[in-house]
Design a protein around this ligand. Structure first.
Ligand SMILES: C[S@@+](CC[C@H](N)C(=O)[O-])C[C@H]1O[C@@H](n2cnc3c(N)ncnc32)[C@H](O)[C@@H]1O
Length: 211
């Protein structure tokens, strides 16, 4: 996601209590932070936060954490979400650092929505569904891991199917056109709203890995 640098971003992150700037200090203590033992679902690359916020509103019995590596983008997400949602936290963090932020088994599901496709062949290891990433996700989630993926990018989807299979994940609810499928309860992201309005099919899958 490309957005203009926001001069107010730093102040927003410092003053908005939804944003957790000392996230590594919460490693192993997220249940304490949320003050309950509810499951924790994480979105990597939450962008402007629409998906994770709507999930937090719809599922108060789940704790949601949105991670975004771009400062200005997470600042926009933080500014947009002014409702009191005790089950939502936003982090200005990179997916590469998951193990600095969470103990093994501390979260149970990961959402990857419209992740950057890194289309050049030589950059395939940067795709968030590259098998090295998948391995790190299942290692950190522990006994039972779930990754739910949505994308408009057919090449990224094909790549992801192969990577999940190579890393022995079990796939279900695969859809090649989510909005014309029987899938119920879909919560849209900002990119999804834009691309589906343009008539593009949305690809989706659920990946699970049990140790
Ligand atoms: C194409 S946007 C999609 C945003 C949102 N998920 C949506 O569907 O509207 C992808 C977002 O992922 C973020 N991102 C990419 N790689 C990331 C990483 N390694 N860690 C955290 N965020 C990342 C980008 O900064 C960007 O904002």
């Amino acid at each position: 996601m490309r957005i203009r640098k926001k001069p107010w971003a730093e102040a927003e992150l410092e003053n908005n209590s939804r944003v957790i700037l000392d996230a590594p200090a919460k490693k192993g203590k997220w249940a304490e932070f949320f003050d309950n033992d509810n499951p924790i679902y994480v979105e990597i690359g939450c962008g402007k936060g629409g998906f994770i916020t709507k999930n937090a509103q719809a599922y108060p019995e789940i704790n949601f954490i949105g991670m975004e590596r771009q400062q200005s983008v997470i600042a926009v997400a933080a500014r947009r979400t002014d409702e009191a949602l005790p089950n939502l936290a936003l982090l200005w963090e990179n997916a590469m650092n998951l193990s600095d932020l969470f103990e093994v088994g501390e979260f149970q599901r990961l959402y990857l929505n419209f992740s950057d496709p890194w289309p050049k062949k030589r950059t395939y290891k940067r795709r968030l569904t590259y098998r090295g990433y998948l391995e790190s996700y299942r290692n950190i989630m522990g006994e039972h891991a779930e990754v739910f993926l949505k994308t408009d990018n057919r090449n990224l989807f094909e790549f992801s199917l192969n990577e999940f299979c190579a890393d022995n994940w079990k796939l279900s609810n695969i859809s090649l056109d989510l909005h014309h499928s029987e899938f119920e309860g879909n919560i849209m992201t900002e990119y999804e709203e834009k691309f589906s309005a343009e008539g593009m099919p949305i690809y989706r899958l659920e990946g699970r890995y049990d140790k």
